[in-house]
Design a protein around this ligand. Structure first.
Ligand code: SF4
Ligand code: FE
Length: 486
C-alpha cells in the first residue's frame, strides 16, 4: 500500500487497540467518540488533500529512498523547494481546517532524527541511520501518522533529569537487554498522540554524562504494551458531546488534541532505537526538531488566521459595520500581521541549508523568530477579531435556547444583524470566532513548539552579538579598524 485516503486512515486506526483514558473512562474508539472525532477529521484531511488534484503538488512528493510517490508528511526535505512547499502546505491545511491537523509534529521528528542519526553514525560508528532509514521506508510506504514526542513532564525545573527525586519525570532507559531496551517516564502535551499509529520519542533538552540514560530516542507503536495515553481537557470540550453549532468548528475542533503519553516499562526492540545514551547528541536533536517545528508556525497559523479574518469580515457585514473606517483598518492590520508571520516561515525556509546527511534544514535563527512572533501576533489578531465581533462573543445564547419551541423566536429576533441575513448566520460566525480566539486555541500559539523563552534562548545562541559589537566599533572608530567585519 502507498498513500492512504482519509477513510483508509480511519479504518487503519480502528484496527489498533491503544490504551487511552479521558474524563475517567477507558476509550474504546477514537474514531467514534465525540471527544476525538474533530481531531481525527483534521488529520484525515492530510490524507484526502494529498490525493486531491488541486493540492496534490503541495501535499505529495517523491521519496528520495524509493522513488515512490508519498505523502509529504512522511518526506525528508531534499532542497529549498521542499522547505517552502512544506510551509505552503501547512497554510493550505490551516485554511481548510481552521484548526491543528497534527501531522507536522511527526514529520518534523522524522526530519530531525534522520540528520542526527547520520551525524551520530559518522562520529561514533553506530548503525542508527541505517535502522532509521528502514523504519522511514516503512512509514512512507504504509503512510502511517506518527506523533513527535519530545516534552517531558520535567518535575522540579531547577534539577537536571538525573537529579530529580522521581526518575520517571524524564523518559529514561530502565534496562538494556540483548533484544532491546525497556523505558519508563512520560511525554506531555503530545499533539495527535491518540490518533497516530505510533510515536517517535526524542530527548527534551541538552544532557550531560550523568544524564546518559535520559538521552534516548525510539519509535513505539501506539498500542504497544506499557504505553498508555491520558487525553487532555480543552476549553468548552463538553460542547463536543452535547451540541453542534455551539462548538464553532464542529468538524475540525479548536486545537490538535493533546495527550500525556505514559511509558510504564515499555519494551523497545533495538531496530527501533535511534539514540541510547549518546548524550552529546541530545541537544542537536532538540534543536533540529524545534527548528523544523518553529518553521511551521507562520504556515499553519497564517492559514488559521485567513479563516479567522474571513469570519471577522463576514460578521462585520452581517452586523452592518464592515464599511466603518476603524473596522476596515483593523481588518487590514489582521492581514498585515498574518502575512508577516507567513513571510517569516518562507524566509527561514529559503535561508535553509544542506546537512551532511543530504537533507535540508530550515534556518534556526529565523525559525525561532517566526515562532516568537506567533506568540505575539496571534494574540493581537485574536484581540482585533474580538474587538470587531463585540460583547456578543461572550454572551450569545445557547444553540438549545435558539431551538427551543417557546423562546427560540426571541433568540432569532434579537440575534439578528442586518434584516436581510438570518440570525443563524450571525450565530454561526460568532461561535466560530469564539472557538478560534478563546482559551486553548490561544494557549497553543504561546506554548506549542516551545514557550517564548525557549525561542529566546535559541535566538541568543545564534545572535552573534560579538560580531554586531565589532560592526559598531568599526563605525565608531574604536580599537583596530578592519576594512570589513566578517
Ligand atoms: Fe502542525 Fe503544530 Fe501547526 Fe498543529 S500547531 S498544525 S501540529 S505546526
Ligand atoms: Fe503545535
Amino acid at each position: 500500500m502507498s498513500m492512504m485516503t482519509g477513510k483508509q486512515y480511519r479504518e487503519s486506526l480502528s484496527k489498533l487497540k491503544p490504551e487511552i483514558y479521558y474524563m475517567g473512562e477507558r476509550i474504546e474508539s477514537v474514531i467514534t467518540h465525540p471527544a476525538f472525532t474533530p481531531h481525527v477529521n483534521a488529520a484525515a484531511l492530510t490524507y484526502d488533500m494529498a490525493l486531491a488534484p488541486e493540492f496534490e503538488e503541495l501535499l505529495s512528493t517523491k521519496s528520495h529512498l524509493t522513488g515512490e510517490k508519498i505523502n509529504r508528511f512522511t518526506h525528508i526535505h531534499q532542497n529549498h523547494d521542499d522547505l517552502v512547499k512544506k510551509v505552503k502546505m501547512l497554510r493550505a491545511l490551516g485554511q481548510q481546517t481552521g484548526s491543528c491537523f497534527q501531522r507536522c509534529v511527526g514529520f518534523d521528528a522524522l526530519n530531525a532524527t534522520y540528520s542526527v542519526t547520520y551525524d551520530m553514525d559518522k562520529k561514533l560508528g553506530t548503525k542508527y541511520h541505517e535502522q532509521f532509514s528502514s523504519l522511514l521506508k516503512e512509514i512512507q510506504s504504509t503512510d502511517i501518522m506518527i506523533s513527535g514526542a519530545m516534552t517531558d513532564p520535567k518535575g522540579d525545573r531547577r534539577l537536571s533529569p538525573s537529579q530529580q527525586k522521581d526518575p520517571d519525570l524524564y523518559v529514561h532507559i530502565v534496562e538494556k537487554r540483548d533484544d532491546g531496551i525497556v523505558v519508563s517516564g512520560a511525554k506531555a502535551h503530545i499533539t495527535g498522540a491518540v490518533n497516530s499509529h505510533g510515536h517517535l520519542v526524542m530527548p527534551t533538552s541538552a544532557m550531560k554524562k550523568e544524564d546518559a540514560d535520559y538521552a534516548v530516542c525510539f519509535y513505539v507503536p501506539v498500542d504497544a504494551t506499557g504505553v498508555l495515553h491520558i487525553f487532555g481537557r480543552q476549553t468548552n470540550d463538553t460542547r463536543k458531546c452535547d451540541c453542534f453549532l455551539d462548538q464553532g468548528n464542529a468538524e475540525y475542533g479548536i486545537v490538535g488534541g493533546e495527550a500525556l503519553i505514559v511509558f510504564d516499562k515499555a519494551f523497545i526492540p533495538w531496530k527501533h532505537v535511534f539514540m541510547c545514551g549518546e548524550f552529546d547528541f541530545a541537544y542537536e536533536l532538540v534543536e533540529r526538531f524545534a527548528t523544523f517545528h518553529r518553521q511551521n508556525y507562520g504556515g499553519c497559523k497564517a492559514g488559521l488566521s485567513d479563516a479567522l479574518i474571513g469570519a471577522t469580515y463576514a460578521l462585520a457585514q452581517v452586523q452592518g459595520t464592515d464599511r466603518a473606517s476603524h473596522v476596515r483598518d483593523k481588518i487590514v492590520e489582521m492581514v498585515h500581521l498574518t502575512e508577516t508571520l507567513y513571510c517569516c516561515s518562507i524566509a527561514c525556509s529559503c535561508q535553509g541549508y544542506a546537512m551532511p546527511a543530504g537533507c535540508y534544514m530550515a534556518d534556526p535563527l529565523l525559525a525561532n523568530v517566526t515562532k516568537l512572533n506567533v506568540t505575539r501576533h496571534i494574540y493581537e489578531i485574536a484581540r482585533l477579531a474580538q474587538d470587531i465581533t463585540g460583547g456578543i462573543l461572550a454572551t450569545a445564547p445557547a444553540e438549545s435556547d435558539w431551538k427551543d419551541p417557546k423562546i427560540g423566536k426571541y433568540v432569532d429576533k434579537y440575534m439578528k444583524g442586518i434584516a436581510e441575513i438570518p440570525a443563524e448566520t450571525r450565530i454561526r460566525l460568532i461561535r466560530l470566532l469564539e472557538a478560534m480566539t478563546c482559551g486553548t486555541a490561544l494557549a497553543e500559539s504561546m506554548h506549542g513548539a516551545g514557550s517564548p523563552q525557549a525561542q529566546k534562548i535559541m535566538i541568543e545562541r545564534r545572535a552573534n552579538l560579538e560580531r554586531k559589537k565589532r560592526l559598531a566599533e568599526k563605525l565608531a572608530k574604536i580599537g583596530d579598524q578592519p576594512k570589513l567585519v566578517c
